[in-house]
Design a protein around this ligand. Structure first.
Ligand code: GLU
Length: 316
């Protein structure tokens, strides 16, 4: 067991958790390749969960095309594909448990009320919300009472007792992240928030390793706090750098079409994509063609560059 691994042994279980809000692009492909390699190179189990709870942003046909893209790349998973929205009852049950324990509470504040009342300046660490001053904490005995008295729908917020959580990320190292006040774990429209759903689903699937892109690093302390409130141990976290365009900015539409579907249409092989991603990770020569399984013996998190990977179409 390496020094960076947990001292007590837990089964090694990871997951791929795409959101079907668009087509898979190279940035997603890299994170999924690394998540797959990290688990498969050590003989662990890997699940596939489609995170489709963000209703309005889910694009029709995107679940099917996501699965197709992953298969085209040569990534596989164990067991049935899980669909997050199938777990709505379970999410609600956890929300009820947290609320009954006084660890979460109904909140009728609108976004503009929160912005007005927020006293602390919003520090920009990637969490897109003002710090909530706790106006509804302890104000209502139930969601029903809050709705009856105000005529408004309620969100549910987690009652946050600490300001920041420090943790050891297996790639990013020691991290300390702010929680930014009582945060929403169920939206006003009744949908569970990403922070809650991801924790409940990972917990229910026994996930012990989460490898994902480091744009989600600021969410990690919030998720760890939910684990704590549920009396559960968090998974090991591995946050890897994003893929950026030649201008150093996060890969996006401005860099042209970097969707896997686009390269596939252009006749680029999955081996060329995997080869380019492996080259960007420092494991193979430029221009190599390979399948994910060819990289199993070379996968080494400690040799992965800490800088974002710069993509250019010349790589394929
Ligand atoms: N579904 C999330 C996304 O695609 C990833 C969630 C996670 O890995 O925790 O951004």
């Amino acid at each position: 067991m390496g020094a960076s691994e947990s001292l007590h042994s837990r089964p090694l279980i990871g997951r791929l958790a795409p959101s079907p809000t668009g087509v898979l692009h190279l940035g997603n492909a890299r994170s999924f390749l690394l998540a797959w390699l990290s688990i498969r190179s050590r003989g662990g189990q890997l699940g596939l969960r489609i995170e489709d709870i963000d209703g309005p942003r889910v694009r029709s046909g995107a679940i099917e095309s996501t699965i197709e893209d992953l298969q085209w790349l040569g990534l596989d998973w164990d067991g049935e594909v899980q669909i997050q929205s199938d777990q709505r009852t379970r999410h609600q049950q956890v929300l009820d448990t947290l609320t009954a324990a006084g660890l979460a509470y109904p909140c009728v504040c609108t976004r503009s009320e929160v912005e007005e009342a927020a006293t602390a300046p919003h520090e920009s660490i990637g969490v897109d919300a003002p710090v909530y001053p706790g106006s509804c904490r302890g104000r209502w005995s139930s969601e029903q009472q809050a709705t009856e008295e105000t005529g408004r729908d309620c969100a549910i917020r987690l009652a946050v007792s600490e300001d920041a959580i420090a943790f050891e990320d297996r790639f990013a190292g020691r991290c300390e992240g702010r929680i930014h006040g009582d945060f929403v774990i169920r939206k006003r429209d009744g949908t569970p928030a990403y922070q809650l759903a991801v924790v409940v689903d990972d917990l229910d699937s026994g996930v012990t390793e989460v490898l994902r892109a480091d744009d989600l690093l600021p969410s990690t302390p919030r998720q760890m706090l939910i684990y704590r409130h549920l009396g559960a141990e968090s998974p090991d976290y591995i946050h890897v750098p994003l893929v950026v365009g030649p201008d150093g900015r996060r890969l996006a539409k401005r860099h042209g079409d970097t969707s896997l579907a686009h390269y596939r249409r252009e006749g680029v092989s999955p081996e060329a994509i995997i080869g380019a991603l492996a080259h960007g990770s420092g494991w193979v020569e430029e221009g190599s063609r390979c399948r994910p399984e060819d990289l199993l013996a070379r996968f080494d998190l400690s040799s992965l560059p800490t800088e974002p990977m710069v993509w250019s179409d010349d790589l394929v």
